[in-house]
Design a protein around this ligand. Structure first.
Ligand code: CUA
Length: 332
């Protein structure tokens, strides 16, 4: 798959070539001017050498055209790099609307990937080719950094908050997963393999053994085990707000500000409920810090996401079978 030594990893995602072109452009510009200066230093040293110990250099009074040239040309080159890099940056940090969602947790010293259908894997990640994949992840202990070199995406895993990377694989094969943030003794061993498969192979893999219910159904179980359902009633009469059709909406907070109900907000509300209290509700919710681990939080988030139907609120759903809105693989 890969030779022993290569300058840069294979380009195996839709943005890899863009990143590389920009990288080589910047490297080329830097090398050009670096070499130009070195060559001129040597050339002038030879050209203007003298053996006369009393020689005095010619007086230099400056040159407006020259000074304008060496100001304006680098400025224009910088602007080109800025505009180009901004374009690539937006492509990398703005996932498409429809993505295959995967959760991940970094901990010393492994990556755990959690698929929405319940399947989990450690230091391995199976994804289909030709489909945008969004990985939402955090760390359970120290700073890590999730790095897919062949996809040219990388983001820090920060305890206490979610990061995301997205990619669309373009080459079947096995590619590296690295931790790119020094995180202790076995940092160098915090590696894994991403398996890019044909969609049909991926479906076959996905339907293989393992799981134990979808992530959302696990979250649903937790929702009643932790008694969340006693306050978050579906009809809005509970001591906490109804979570039905809540995900993705804007929420008015007690302090007057507005927050989007996304993964980070749901997570924050579970762990530090008073931080962003919803308007017209009392600060009565206890923290679940220490009671639920990151994987449980992800399951609860998926459950809240799945509550997008008109039938059955959280209270009803928690006591009955799975909610009508079966947790799909697609975003929302
Ligand atoms: Cu985790 Cu380095």
């Amino acid at each position: 798959m890969s030779s022993i030594f290569r300058l840069i990893p294979d380009q195996a995602s839709t943005i890899a070539a863009d990143v590389d072109q920009l990288y080589w452009f910047i490297t080329g510009v830097t090398a050009f001017f670096g070499i130009l200066v070195c060559v001129l230093v040597v050339y002038f040293a030879v050209k203007y050498r003298t053996n006369d110990p009393l020689a005095v250099g010619a007086p230099i009074t400056g040159s407006i055209p020259l000074e304008l040239a060496w100001s304006v040309i680098p400025f224009l080159i910088s602007v080109v790099i800025f505009a180009w890099a901004a374009q690539v940056f937006f492509d990398i940090y703005r996932p498409p609307d429809q993505t295959l969602e995967i959760y991940a947790t970094g901990k010393r010293w492994m990556w755990k990937f959690q698929h929405l259908d319940g399947k989990a894997e450690i230091n391995e990640l199976h994804v289909p080719i030709g489909r945008p994949v969004k990985v939402t992840f955090t760390s359970e202990d120290v700073l890590h950094s999730l790095f897919f070199p062949s996809f040219r995406v990388k983001a820090d895993a920060i305890p206490g908050r979610y990061s995301t990377v997205w990619f669309e694989a373009t080459k079947i094969g096995e590619w590296h997963i690295f931790c790119a943030e020094y995180c202790g003794t076995s940092h160098s061993g915090m590696i894994g393999t991403v398996h890019v498969m044909e969609p049909s192979d991926y479906q076959a893999w996905l339907s293989g053994s393992g799981g134990g219910g979808t992530l959302a159904s696990r979250g649903e179980r937790l929702f009643s085990e932790l008694a969340c359902n006693t306050c978050h009633l579906g009809d809005g009469t509970g001591r906490g707000p109804s979570l039905l059709n809540k995900f993705g909406t804007q929420e008015q907070l007690a302090n007057g500000s507005i927050v989007t109900v996304d993964e980070s907000y749901v997570r924050e509300s579970i762990l530090t409920p008073q931080q962003k209290l919803v308007a017209n509700y009392q600060p009565v919710m206890p923290t679940f810090q220490g009671l639920v681990n990151e994987e449980s939080v992800m399951a609860l988030i998926e459950y809240v996401k799945s509550l997008q139907s008109s039938s059955g609120g959280p209270a009803a759903a928690a006591n009955t079978a799975a909610p009508a809105a079966a947790p799909a693989q697609e975003n929302r």
